[in-house]
Write a protein that binds this ligand. Structure first.
Ligand SMILES: CC(C)(COP(=O)(O)OP(=O)(O)OC[C@H]1O[C@@H](n2cnc3c(N)ncnc32)[C@H](O)[C@@H]1OP(=O)(O)O)[C@@H](O)C(=O)NCCC(=O)NCCS
Length: 226
């Protein structure tokens, strides 16, 4: 079978100067993810949440933000963020974009927002499995759609799992629907899931939300050396 060739990349720590590229890659990577499309009211709110998340991630010495750049063009093709947690760390502190504070209720309808529903379940399950452990919380993985399918995502995942193996610690993540296969190949195992009915958050609600339906997040754990 024909396999497309890998793209030559370098993995480097990202800095504040990379923020516009990191935001662009995140937004294009998630453009077709139904859950992400309903998390924010509009493009501006999404961009602001990403900016807040990246500033918090880049200024936190316990979070590694690693970019994959093309060796040919120097362009950012993808990036990942992963947070090293010790036994005493607060699981609820900002890490992924769904964890950036938002209104927990839609003010007009007085109903919970999609982000708050996802965040609540994620913190609950993570607490259940990971309290009092030392581990890496793999919070963000995105690859520019133009560069997908050429091993960039796999290389970014390997950066995280190599680090976990080196330190002999667990890895934890909440997987999108698209990324599940890549994590299984990297030795992560499903330990739970969270299914959300996107129609409840779509314009028009349950009656009018045609084409949205169920979205399944999976909680995944990887033991060192898997
Ligand atoms: C998930 C995501 C990061 C994967 O990135 P990617 O760069 O396309 O990943 P890879 O190329 O390493 O691997 C993807 C597939 O290509 C295959 N592949 C990897 N290297 C390859 C190569 N050199 N040649 C051909 N195929 C390759 C992998 O085996 C994998 O196959 P699969 O579809 O059967 O699982 C990307 O699709 C993305 O950004 N999605 C949207 C955002 C998202 O959901 N992020 C995860 C949040 S938890």
């Amino acid at each position: 079978m024909h396999r497309p060739r890998s793209i030559a990349i370098s993995l480097l720590p990202a800095s504040e100067d990379d923020i516009p590229s990191l935001i662009r890659v995140h937004m294009t990577a998630f453009a077709y993810d139904n859950s992400a499309r309903l998390m924010f009211k509009d493009k501006d709110e999404y961009e602001t949440a990403l900016l807040d998340m990246l500033k918090a991630q880049l200024s936190n010495p316990k979070i590694a933000v690693i970019k994959a750049i093309s060796k040919d063009t120097g362009n950012v093709l993808g990036w990942q963020a992963s947070r090293f947690l010790g036994e005493d760390d607060d699981l609820g502190a900002v890490a992924g974009v769904e964890e950036v504070e938002d209104e927990t209720k839609d003010r007009k309808e007085n109903t919970p927002t999609l982000r708050s529903v996802i965040r609540k379940d994620s913190v609950r399950v993570q607490q259940d499995w990971m309290a009092n452990r030392e581990y890496i919380h793999f919070t963000t993985l995105v690859v520019d759609p133009a560069a997908q399918g050429h091993g960039v995502g796999t290389a970014l995942v390997r950066w995280v799992t190599d680090n976990a193996d080196e330190h002999g610690i667990y890895c934890w993540l909440q997987s999108s629907q698209a990324a599940h296969g890549i994590y299984l190949k990297a030795g992560f195992k499903d330990v739970g899931s969270f299914e959300v009915d996107l129609r409840e958050f779509a314009p028009g609600g349950k009656r009018g939300g045609w084409g949205w339906g169920l979205y399944k997040y999976r909680y995944m754990l990887r033991l060192p050396g898997s």
